[in-house]
Design a protein around this ligand. Structure first.
Ligand code: SF4
Length: 481
């Protein structure tokens, strides 16, 4: 290998992996046509819509991407539930969610809120598909954090979408809460500060993202007013400095995948890949975030959501296609390795359209040996972790063991059963149902409100009057008690 990390070189007609991790990723990008045909037939004949997260494994994404059934969407978590609603509106009779449990819960809640209670939502596993981050918001420490928020004047809880419906409901019952994703969290916070004078922001549960948001606000506070207004027109240096003093984040919440992009990975990246563009998800630890931010300031990187990362890679590829020298492009992929599938598809699409000989290289900042062995002689290794073992500490695994519970076999098995077996036998595949109530209202109903507040913000560019009033009124209510 040219460097210590595995790489995948993408050209118009070929994929050249270096290192066993990249080889395993690339192997799945050419799916078995028999499998593709079977899944395609099952989905279209039974009108099953599929919404999947970008972090699905390359085998699953490879097959989904080759299907011709139009109601298949692979996206970040912000878009997943909305796609499910659109699929129901377009006539899908069932929606299958490939992700972790909070994603299927969100899809169920949004379908019900849109009047599609009759469309069943299924996961592909009959037992829970957890998430270390979502679990950290269910710990007593998060309850204490919310108690502090509830005791604070004009508190707004900005909760990451990677949490259960119960967490969202319990939090919203105590403190006005809006959901966010890594795509919209910065604008959500800035907009809240613009609309709600003296708002106190309590962000959680992702600690790295909280630290990174604090760093981002600190960097913003050093910029001139014109540059700050380009980020958000209602802000200047004074308002950002004031907001910084009212921004808090939870300090005990970690995504086990992004946790792996630590100091060692960053050191190797700096030493061996100084010429590469660096992409970093907002959830990564501070060292990787600082590197990504530094590169972003120089136009050589991006820090943001999975969609921001994909968008940046495509933008740089398009720009390179207009230049004559055609020097290879290199990107360090600072997020979950499942992103490689949409990157390969879309980058190759650009190269083919332009009939270009440009090469685009994706560097996985993981240990080359971060692979698991299988019993399958045709595919002896797969990227990432052996089931249930957790991530390799030898440089990071960059694959989420929870997301990888969504296997192709499990999807096909579920689709075969849909419409063939009594629907109550599929009940274990439904998103978690909450029987408890909060203040006399169902958990699903209360937990949907923070998501609906986020959707309102997405659609209207500002927080709803209901949410703004809630922040002020709860404070007044607390005052009068
Ligand atoms: S990558 Fe896995 S552990 Fe991390 S937030 Fe996503 S689902 Fe949770």
């Amino acid at each position: 290998m040219a460097g210590p990390f595995p790489t995948l070189r993408i050209t118009r007609n070929a994929l050249v992996p270096e290192g066993s991790f990249a080889e395993a990723q690339a192997a799945y990008l050419h799916p078995d046509p028999t499998l593709v045909r079977e899944l395609d037939t099952l989905l279209s004949s039974k009108k099953i819509g599929v919404v999947a997260h970008f972090y699905m494994d390359p085998e699953l994404q490879g097959v989904l991407g080759a299907c011709s059934w139009k109601h298949i969407g692979v996206s970040d978590s912000l878009v997943m539930a909305d796609r499910g609603v659109r699929m129901a509106e377009a006539g899908c009779r069932t929606v299958v969610v490939l992700g972790v449990d909070f994603m299927s819960e969100n899809a169920r809640a949004m379908l019900s809120a849109a009047g599609h209670d009759e469309v069943p939502v299924y996961r592909v596993a009959s037992d829970p598909i957890g998430c270390s981050l979502a679990e950290s918001a269910e710990a007593p420490a998060y309850g204490a954090y919310l108690a502090e928020a509830a005791a604070t004047e004009r508190a707004l809880h900005v909760v990451y979408i990677n949490t259960s419906l119960r967490t969202k409901a319990k939090a919203h019952a105590r403190v006005p809460t809006i959901t966010c994703t890594s795509s919209n969290v910065v604008q959500t916070i800035l907009q809240a500060a613009a609309q709600i004078p003296e708002v106190a922001i309590f962000f959680g549960p992702d600690t790295y993202m909280g630290q990174n948001l604090h760093s981002l606000l600190s960097a913003l506070a050093e910029m001139d007013d014109a540059a700050i207004r380009a980020v958000h027109p209602a802000h200047d240096r004074t308002s950002i400095r004031s907001l910084l003093g009212r921004f808090r984040y939870f300090e005990q919440g970690t995504c086990i995948v992004h946790h792996m992009f630590g100091a060692e990975v960053v050191k190797t990246t700096r030493e061996h890949y100084g010429d590469a563009y660096v992409t970093a998800h907002l959830e990564v630890p501070g060292e990787m975030f600082a590197l990504g931010l530094d590169k972003q300031h120089r136009g050589e990187g991006v820090v943001g959501s999975t969609s921001n990362i994909l968008g940046f890679i495509l933008e740089k590829t398009r720009a390179a296609l207009t230049q004559r020298d055609g020097a290879p492009l290199r990107f360090v992929l600072g997020t979950e390795a499942g992103m490689i599938t949409p990157i390969v598809r879309q980058v190759q699409g650009l190269l083919r359209d332009a009939a270009s000989d440009l090469a685009v290289e994706v560097v996985f900042p993981v240990a080359a040996e971060a692979v698991a062995r299988t019993e399958d002689p045709a595919l002896p290794i797969v990227p990432g972790v052996a089931s249930g073992e957790g991530c390799s500490v030898a440089g990071g695994c960059a694959t989420c063991p929870y997301m990888k519970r969504n296997s192709l076999d499990a999807l096909v098995a579920l689709c075969r059963r849909i419409d063939e077996v009594p629907s109550d036998t599929l009940r274990p595949f439904e998103p978690r149902r909450y029987v408890e109530t909060i203040g006399g209202r169902a958990v699903a109903e209360v937990g949907s409100e923070p998501i609906l507040h986020m959707r309102w913000f997405q659609q209207h560019g500002q927080l709803s009057d209901t949410l703004v009033r809630d922040v002020a009124t709860r404070h007044e209510q607390a005052d009068s008690e």
